[in-house]
Write a protein that binds this ligand. Structure first.
Ligand code: PAN
Ligand code: ZN
Length: 189
């Protein structure tokens, strides 16, 4: 049985202190995720840059446990589309998640299987309730790293395959210097 423990979110740096695991997602790990394939190929050929990192506390993936992790998305764009996470549904679909904005400026695109979409912006202190059944993808819409804390049932699991297949109905792109939501021409319902 797990004993109580603590770690710390550093609001100055936006980082999780005393994490157990780190997941790195570089451009090469995000093939097919961005809409503008030529810009993706060009950027990746120049340098396989880091897009985001996830700093996790280790918790058993059992019912009742709460996984928690800080994600840092670096500033950048592929064409006009901001750097973002892969995005996923939870494998156990009736599981919710809480996101707390820690540092920087971000956005979260969500979709459910009935075709509804939601876009919410996040800044330090924003608390987003990702409702059960909603896929979620976060985006850095600012010029510094965007970091947020996620807390979710440790047995929720990640279904990446559905998003790899269908994408999200909306894209967040920079137009005239501002984040703008447009329809995703590649979205497959
Ligand atoms: C988050 C995400 C994290 C990285 O901890 O897993 O931000 O995004 P992707 O998993 O889509 O690459 C979460 O939502 N966990 O459930
Ligand atoms: Zn999640």
């Amino acid at each position: 049985m797990l004993e109580p423990f603590k770690s710390a979110v550093d609001f100055e740096s936006g980082l999780l202190k005393e994490y157990d695991n780190k997941v790195e997602r570089r451009l090469s790990n995000l093939e097919g995720i961005f809409n503008d394939a030529p810009s993706y190929a060009q950027l990746r050929a120049e340098e396989d840059g880091m897009v985001y990192e996830v700093f996790e506390k280790e918790v058993p993936a059992n019912p009742g446990q709460l996984a928690h992790a800080v994600t840092v998305i670096y500033p950048g764009k592929v064409g006009a589309e901001y750097y973002m996470t892969k995005g996923h549904f939870h494998q156990k679909e009736p599981t919710a998640e809480l996101y707390l904005g820690v540092k920087g400026q971000g956005g979260i695109i969500m979709q459910n299987k009935e075709g509804k979409t939601s876009y919410l912006e996040m800044k330090p202190g924003s608390l987003v309730y990702v409702a059960p059944y909603w896929a979620h993808r976060t985006i850095n819409i600012g010029s510094e790293p965007f970091s947020f804390l996620a807390i979710y049932p440790a047995d929720a699991g990640h279904d990446y395959g559905t998003i790899e297949k269908i994408g999200f109905p909306k894209l967040v792109v920079e137009q005239e210097g501002k984040p703008t939501i447009i329809s995703n021409p590649r979205f497959k319902r």
